[in-house]
Write a protein that binds this ligand. Structure first.
Ligand code: NAP
Length: 336
């Protein structure tokens, strides 16, 4: 099948990712093989983790080859199915291609979307999709907050962070968020209902650590960390003994910045901290329970979710670049 415009990698970014590292080209797409689906993409989820696949090294997924299309989470309509679990016309979420069509091999990150179950279709990619599930699993299964504890969330104004913060509020914790800029700091308090918020921009590790200490007078019992680097370093200094850290992501290190010299690592030993990384797809057996809870909280207006939706494939790369400048205002999505 021809006429499939898609975003391909044209150069491996060595430092900060740039628009010139990508091109939109016309590609062909194969008919689905046994077990596969051909899907017309309706929404593209623009995710910072894709940056980790643009280098030459193999991480938790293989790198994107030069000239190959970028992979990403998509929501689309099945045009052809060679998988008995999915029929033509079904809406699905899956790991597809950042382009007009996807050839999907259903796996743990592919499921059918019943539109009657979602307040809006895009919510299946936001609060009731991967960001919501990641926040739910990372907070409740890894950070494991208890009522009355102080929970610190980095990247707190973002897609995953804002939902993790609000779930921690639902669990009766004192919640403090870290985000970039005064507008996002205010958003954390006014819209997401956090108890305190910190703008990390321009602060040294010592200054940020002091700001966390002021905002968390009883210390930090658990950290939900989306950022890593200096923000994690500053938070280590304010953790309570036996504190837990759910390592969700390290966006500060995705875009070519050299890792900082960590100053506070010894706190891991002296405070007997537990740091646990996690990947959403390891929790597949619990998605249904999480989706039920998240749907209920959304319907009760206990979770607000911001969506930053741009129109047209040409917006995919500008939207991706915005993630690393903190310019996205909610979950980054492209609607086709
Ligand atoms: P997001 O938070 O909506 O957008 C990215 C935000 O990261 C930006 O708006 C910016 O906010 C912040 N940021 C960018 N560069 C930064 C830097 N150098 N230092 C500090 N903050 C920086 O993105 P998301 O989709 O919700 O993803 C958040 C994290 O979750 C990422 O680390 C991602 O890899 C991770 N994740 C993990 C899993 C998993 O299974 N473990 C699944 C999905 C996502 P500010 O303006 O506040 O700087």
């Amino acid at each position: 099948m021809a006429g499939n415009r898609q975003v391909v990698l044209t150069a491996r970014p060595t430092g900060k990712v740039q628009a010139s590292d990508f091109a939109i080209v016309d590609g062909t797409i194969r008919s689905p093989g046994d077990g596969q689906l051909l899907v017309e993409n309706l929404y593209l989820s623009i995710d910072p983790g894709v940056r980790n696949l643009l280098g030459a090294e193999t991480g938790y997924l293989p790198p994107v080859a030069i000239g190959a299309a970028l992979a990403g989470t998509i929501l689309g309509r099945v045009l052809e199915s060679r998988n008995e679990r999915f029929g033509v016309g079904n809406l699905v979420i899956g790991r597809g291609t950042i382009g007009e069509f996807s050839l999907i091999t259903p796996d743990a990150l592919c499921w059918k979307v019943d539109p009657a179950r979602y307040p809006t279709l895009s919510s299946a990619l936001t609060v009731l999709g991967v960001p919501g599930l990641t926040a739910y699993m990372g907070l409740l299964e890894v950070a494991r907050p208890r009522a009355g504890e102080t929970i610190l969330v980095s990247g707190a104004a973002g897609a995953v962070g804002s939902i993790a913060s609000q779930i921690a509020k639902i669990k009766d914790c004192r919640v403090v968020g870290i985000a970039g800029g005064e507008a996002k700091r205010r958003l954390l308090i006014d819209e997401f209902g956090l108890d305190a918020a910190i703008d990390y921009k321009g602060l040294s590790v010592a200054e940020l650590s002091a700001a966390i200490g002021n905002a968390c007078p009883a210390g930090v019992d658990a950290l939900f960390d989306n950022v890593g680097g200096s923000v994690l370093d500053a938070a280590l200094g304010q953790m309570n003994r036996g504190g837990r850290i759910a390592a969700c992501g390290m966006i500060s290190q995705y875009d070519g910045s050299p890792p900082p010299q960590m100053q506070n690592l010894f706190h891991i030993v002296s405070k007997a901290l537990k740091i646990e990384g996690f990947l959403l797809f390891d929790f597949v057996s619990q998605y249904e329970r999480a989706l039920t809870d998240l749907t209920e909280w959304v319907s009760q207006d206990k979770i607000h979710c911001r969506e930053d939706i741009a129109d047209g494939l040409a917006q995919a790369i500008p939207m991706f670049l915005k993630l690393f400048d903190g310019e996205n205002r909610g979950k980054a999505i492209v609607k086709l």
